[in-house]
Design a binder for this molecule. Structure first.
Ligand code: NDP
Length: 459
């Protein structure tokens, strides 16, 4: 008789947990997975996927506005928020079904309940007793967090934004990260008056400075009120509206406050520490390069480990774990050159080192930049700029970073990321023939090294 009920018990059926469980099962392991909410997790149910659908919805406004420059006359357009939310819900339900079928077809046993770790090999399932497993994989993700200010409950977080009954007339966004700029663009594009309050001196801390400044300019030009060095001190009801008090002593009234102030790992109430699992900063599960925790039979992947909170990273960590443990192919994830996108308006695509990080690590850096009006907007007349930038190690000619702000940036930078993973040099970028006319061709046609502007000569 087997010593354990399962070879592997996975807690959390998001992108990482599902990928790990299916891969382990494909390697012949007997696998179970528990999910207390909907299978699919943050990305599919209340993150990347529904967010991108809303981004597409918001972009239609610009297409309607730009149509005139191409000879179209379009009558007054109106947006129906409940119709968009219903269409989005239908698509998410379809994807949830796809995930359920994928698990069933892989032979992974699903427990649709909350799981808690009892000890190194035992999991308690709410209302369904206990099961044992040789190994346990924690893939419980993270959840949005609200700052501890009075009245914070009057504000929503991204989970709630997907189910609003109506589009608010005025939105006050708090935060300067991915979610803040993405949802600012969504609400603005669909017709709300949006102000974005960020506590620092420029949005998107950690991104290349030119991208940060460039996106801030574009947000302002689009009509979003960007308030830097601004934060909320408390919220209160003001009739049917909300009054937000700011650090400078002033107050603003709005119909919706959304906190996009980061996410915290889902580790509370899981029984981790009692089972010998060490937690790090923010309560994240501490793991080694093989995703193993301080308890040898318990592993963790994805946002709950707070390494790099991106869906494809969680999926790769999950598959690397399963291949290493059940596929007898040891592999770990290389965290260098992981591309990412911000689906702001316009979007960002980025891979490798920012200019600031490259300068801190390498003695000599060359910068190549292009800033131009995209061809599409020569006729539409829209005042928007595309920015493209390469960061190059001057000694080896290797391209260390590629950054883009502008239409299709995520689609373009995905391809450029392959070149960086291959260790491409600037000379190899230059040797690549351009696709013309495109915006992407700028990545292979930038010849002039960027020189910082000379300080004005004193009289
Ligand atoms: P981020 O960590 O990206 O940004 C959080 C923002 O909130 C920062 O600007 C931060 O400021 C600010 N903030 C933090 N605490 C407070 C506070 N107490 N009061 C006021 N402001 C505060 O988190 P997000 O919520 O935007 O996204 C979470 C993660 O999800 C991202 O890091 C990313 O990994 C992932 N994600 C990825 C997406 C994509 O790939 N397109 C899309 C959405 C999310 P400061 O800079 O000063 O710390």
């Amino acid at each position: 008789m087997a010593k354990y009920d399962f070879d592997l018990f996975v807690i959390g059926a998001g992108s990482g947990g599902v990928a790990a469980s299916r891969r382990a099962a494909a390697h012949g392991a007997k696998v179970a997975i528990a999910e207390s909410s909907r299978v699919g997790g943050t990305c599919v149910i209340r993150g990347c996927v529904p967010k991108k659908l809303l981004v597409y919805g918001a972009e239609v406004r610009e297409m309607l506005e730009d149509a005139k420059g191409y000879g179209w006359s379009i009558g007054p357009a109106a947006h129906d928020w409940p119709a968009l939310i219903a269409a989005k819900d239908k698509e998410i339900a379809r994807l949830n079904g796809v995930y359920l079928r994928m698990l069933a077809n892989s032979g992974v046993r699903l427990y649709e309940t909350r799981a808690r770790i009892v000890d190194a090999h035992t999991v308690a399932l709410e209302g369904q007793g206990q099961v044992s497993a040789e190994r346990i994989l924690v893939a419980t993700g993270a959840r949005p967090f609200r700052p501890a200010i009075p009245g914070a409950d009057l504000g929503i977080v991204s989970d709630d934004a997907f189910d609003l009954e109506a589009l608010p007339r005025r939105v006050l966004m708090v935060g300067g990260g991915y979610i803040a700029v993405e949802f600012a663009g969504i609400f603005h594009g669909l017709g709300a008056a949006v102000q974005l309050h960020y506590r620092g001196e420029q949005i998107l801390r950690g991104f290349d400075r030119d991208l940060r400044d460039g996106l801030a300019d574009e947000l302002r030009k689009s009509g979003i009120a960007l308030r830097l060095n601004s934060d909320l001190t408390r919220l209160e009801r003001a009739g049917s509206a909300i009054r937000a008090h700011l650090v400078d002593g002033s107050a603003v009234e709005t119909d919706l406050v959304m906190f996009a102030t980061g996410r915290k790992p889902n580790t509370a109430g899981l029984g981790l520490e009692a089972a010998g699992v060490a937690l790090g900063p923010e309560g994240a599960v501490a793991v080694d390069a093989d995703s193993r925790t301080a308890q040898a039979s318990i592993y963790a992947i994805g946002d709950v480990t707070n390494r790099l909170a991106l869906t494809p990273v969680a999926i790769n960590e999950g598959r690397a774990f399963a291949d290493t443990v059940y596929g007898k192919t040891k592999r770990t994830l290389d965290y260098a050159n992981i591309p990412s996108a911000v689906f702001s308006h316009p979007p960002i695509g980025t891979v490798g080192l920012s200019e600031e990080r490259a300068r801190a690590r390498f003695p000599a850096i060359d910068i190549y930049k292009a800033r131009f009006t995209p061809m599409k907007h020569t006729l539409s007349g829209r005042d928007t700029k595309t920015l493209m930038k390469l960061v190059v190690d001057a000694r080896t000619d290797r391209v260390l970073g590629a950054h883009m702000l502008g239409a299709d940036a995520p689609e373009i930078v995905q391809g450029v990321a392959i070149a960086l993973v291959c260790g491409a040099t600037k000379a190899q970028f230059d040797a690549t023939v351009a696709i013309h006319p495109s915006a992407a061709e700028e990545f292979v046609t930038m010849r002039e090294k960027w020189q910082p502007p000379k300080p004005a000569a004193a009289d």
